[in-house]
Design a protein. Structure first.
Length: 436
């Protein structure tokens, strides 16, 4: 009897149950649950916020192509150490040439338009755009992860509520058996000990139901949180008996190459690596820019320059980069090689993931066949034992054991169908084609 109680309690821990208080049920499909979870998931909102930031960084990088415009003005007090030399007649007249001006003032506007920067600006824009695409693929990848996580909780809740229906049916039969045994005991047909065993089994089923209610309550609450809803009593609407689409491991491997977001992300990382190499190497090139300016200048009592405009080209070259930039270029190159090696690892991991998920999918399909046979066998066994018991050819222990085995077989079938659905969705996720 102790073993039977342990079996009943273990069934409850797997099964789950209904709420212990009245609450309106909300029928919900899996697609609706996935849609709500993606809409309200906090992780996805963070990823979307990062994507908006990267959009701004793209605009910022493109802004480096625009002209630099600078307005400046200054006024300075010269000291006696100042010496002016000029061949102009103005500075050879009397004492004015040796006079110390009271102030020097300069007012200017300078504009610089980059023409060539060693591909630094171009590569910077490319990196910003690649990072934006990388974040978009990350967002899609996160959505698939959220969809799979919600699918798992949704199926677990479905399993729990379906299994609890089986336990409720068993409880009804256990109660009726207790009523029947009370009559038999009063008529002296069965021993008092047999009646106590029957009542004990009914009590065990009640305990199982109580534990089940708590477990389903937890599952329901967790799913409500994932959906971003107030705590509601969710009734999972899942066509569990529909056959899943036929899948082939080889075709899934091929689809993963096009559909797994990690491959798209890796492609963008490759581009970022190449652009980083270009930026590192840009230091070896000179910088060329078109310049234009407007200036007013005053040296009190000596010189005044009004409305002077300039236009030309500027050329600069950082000679130190010839020996300082070698390490930066090598670092960028090694990071690019590192990304290439990561692709090999990704190929191996995805092939392993799909193979393992596919084997699990096949196993769940095989289990369903065995579970269906077990249900037929358990039903037939219970009928035989019940008939023998009614004719005094089987003991109460035999009857109760057959009852528990029948309950276990029915729950195994319910769970098996749900687990097959989960294995199917998990396999789709490994191939990168789970829907949301």
């Amino acid at each position: 009897m102790t073993k039977m109680r342990i079996k009943m309690l273990s069934l409850a821990l797997l099964a789950g149950g209904f709420f212990g208080y009245a609450q309106t049920q909300r029928k919900m499909s899996l697609s609706e649950a996935v849609s709500l979870s993606i809409k309200h998931n906090s992780k996805l909102k963070i990823t979307e916020a990062k994507l908006n930031t990267l959009n701004s960084k793209v605009r910022e990088a493109k802004g480096n192509r625009l002209p630099n415009l600078k307005l400046s003005g200054s006024i300075m007090k010269p000291f006696n150490s100042m010496e002016l030399k000029s061949d102009l007649p103005l500075f050879k007249m009397g004492n004015s040439a040796s006079a110390v001006p009271q102030y020097i003032a300069v007012q200017q506007i300078n504009m610089e338009v980059p023409i060539f920067s060693g591909f630094k600006i171009k590569s910077g824009i490319e990196i910003a755009e690649y990072q934006k695409l990388l974040q978009q693929y990350q967002l899609e990848n996160d959505k698939q992860d959220v969809a799979l996580a919600v699918t798992q909780v949704f199926i677990d809740l479905y399993k729990a509520k379906q299994a609890i229906n089986v336990i409720n049916e068993n409880l009804s039969r256990a109660h009726q058996r207790s009523v029947d045994f009370e009559k038999l005991e009063r008529n002296g047909v069965v021993a008092r000990n047999d009646l106590m065993r029957v009542k004990l089994q009914e009590s065990n089923v009640k305990l199982s139901l109580a534990d089940a209610k708590k477990n389903v309550n937890v599952l329901n609450y967790n799913l409500s949180i994932l959906l971003g809803e107030e705590e509601i009593n969710i009734d999972p609407d899942m066509r569990i008996d529909e056959a899943s689409s036929l899948v082939n491991e080889e075709s899934l491997q091929e689809k993963a190459l096009q559909q797994r977001q990690e491959y798209h992300m890796l492609a963008e990382q490759d581009k970022i690596g190449k652009a980083n190499i270009d930026i590192a190497q840009s230091a070896y090139y000179p910088t060329v820019a078109f310049t234009a300016g407007y200036m007013n200048a005053w040296i009190s009592d000596l010189l005044q320059v009004n409305h002077m405009t300039t236009m030309g080209l500027s050329l600069s070259y950082d000679l130190a980069s010839l020996y300082k930039n070698k390490a930066a270029t090598e670092t960028a190159r090694l990071q690019y090689i590192e990304t290439q090696e990561y692709r090999k690892e990704l190929d191996e991991n995805i092939k392993t993931d799909i193979h393992n998920a596919y084997q699990d999918y096949l196993l769940q399909n095989e289990k369903i066949k065995v579970y269906k046979e077990s249900v037929d066998q358990a039903n037939e066994n219970y009928k035989v034992v019940k008939n023998k018991f009614d004719n005094g050819l089987a003991t109460t222990t035999d009857l109760l054991t057959a009852d528990v085995e029948q309950l276990q077989a029915h729950i195994n079938l319910v769970y098996g169908k749900a687990d097959e659905k989960w294995a199917y969705f998990n396999l789709l996720r490994k191939a990168g084609e789970i829907k949301y």
